[in-house]
Design a protein around this ligand. Structure first.
Ligand code: GDP
Length: 327
């Protein structure tokens, strides 16, 4: 029999990856991402295709149309100009074909995103997630999606109905809790959000929860109040949640394009967000917003909302995102 032992020791076969599982996970992420970016992708490519007028190789005009398309997809002015410049250096009008151009764009955007601030990975400690954002951006739905996400990872989740300002917000998060089988700690409308968080932390500890996801009021126009409210919640967490991590996530609505960027700048004056959940990507051709958030705001994008259901959440991965956008 042959002896497989060499100087590095006995030969060990790498275990076969479970292809079925891996493929499914990929299909899950890739399928949702492609579906979420469908409008953005289609609009950009339709413009480019129209400019090609049946040719397969690009010309000067293609680059001009590309610039308009990138701006239209809301990648932001600076990013667009940088991209065009770097593409120009190795795209040969009359020689490079459109597919190569699209590959080049995907690679370049992927590098840009990898170069932007990355999210701090959770280390397995129990975590309090403070979810902030103006009303209507998809905050409650995102809380439900996050809850589902962590549930599916085998974690125990509790919600805190910390937007005590709107009775409807308390009702809505309670409905999601019921649907997902997640306990919701709530008080009556008009109650003190910090007291809700206090109760929720007691409940989370007593029930051995891994993630406490806290809804907060979305009243940006009364910034001082919002700041005070969040500071007070912060103090409760400092006092009551030794050993818990805290993560503040800002929810932004991609359909509002550059307005969302302005909104984020305002919010960041009141609270320092650790990252962004970008919602309603499926309902807009402005999917390039994610690049603007990462590069212009220098805030890590953690998740994309790609629909209204609890499952419609995609973890943001730079390479997959850039590929789905251009390939
Ligand atoms: P909140 O006021 O910020 O809590 O916003 P909601 O969570 O109530 O969401 C406002 C609306 O946007 C609802 O109709 C949601 O179903 C919808 N919505 C939220 N996230 C998404 C998303 O990712 N895609 C789509 N298409 N709709 C969304």
């Amino acid at each position: 029999m042959e002896d497989f032992e060499d100087e590095d020791g006995p030969l060990e076969l790498t275990p076969e990856p479970d292809l079925a599982v891996e493929e499914n996970q990929k299909k899950g992420l890739w399928g949702k991402l492609k579906r979420g970016l469908f409008m953005t992708h289609t609009e950009m490519l339709e413009r480019l295709d129209a400019a090609m007028e049946g040719r397969t190789v690009v010309n000067e005009e293609t680059l001009e149309v590309l610039e308009e398309s990138l701006l239209g997809a809301d990648l932001g002015v600076e990013t667009t100009l940088e991209l065009i410049e770097s593409i120009r250096s190795d795209v040969r009008p009359g020689q490079t074909d459109l597919l190569a151009l699209r590959d080049r764009l995907a690679d370049e955007v992927s590098l840009m995103l990898l170069d932007a601030p990355q999210p701090e990975p959770l280390d397995g400690s129990p975590t309090v997630h403070l979810i902030v954002g103006v009303n209507g951006v998809g905050k409650t739905t995102s809380i439900a999606k996050l809850g589902r996400w962590y549930q599916q990872n085998g974690s125990k989740v509790i919600f805190a109905a910390g937007d005590t300002f709107r009775a409807a917000a308390i009702e809505q998060i309670s409905l999601w809790g019921e649907r997902l089988g997640i306990d919701v700690v709530r008080q009556n409308a008009g109650g003190d959000p910090a007291a809700v968080v206090f109760d929720a932390l007691q409940a989370a500890r007593a029930r051995g929860a891994d993630h406490l996801i806290v809804d907060t009021a979305g009243r940006l126009h009364v910034k001082v109040n919002l700041m005070k409210e969040l500071e007070k919640i912060g103090r409760v967490i400092d006092r009551e949640a030794a050993g818990w991590r805290r993560r503040t996530l800002l929810v932004l609505d991609a359909t509002t394009g550059q307005n969302a960027i302005a909104q984020a700048r305002e919010f960041n004056k009141a609270v320092q967000a650790d990252g962004v959940i970008l919602t309603k990507i499926d309902g807009t051709a402005k999917g390039g917003m994610a690049v603007a958030v990462a590069r212009d705001l220098r805030l890590p994008v953690l998740f994309l909302g790609v629909g209204e259901a609890a499952e419609d959440l995609v973890e943001f991965q730079p390479r997959a995102f850039a590929s789905a956008l251009f390939r």
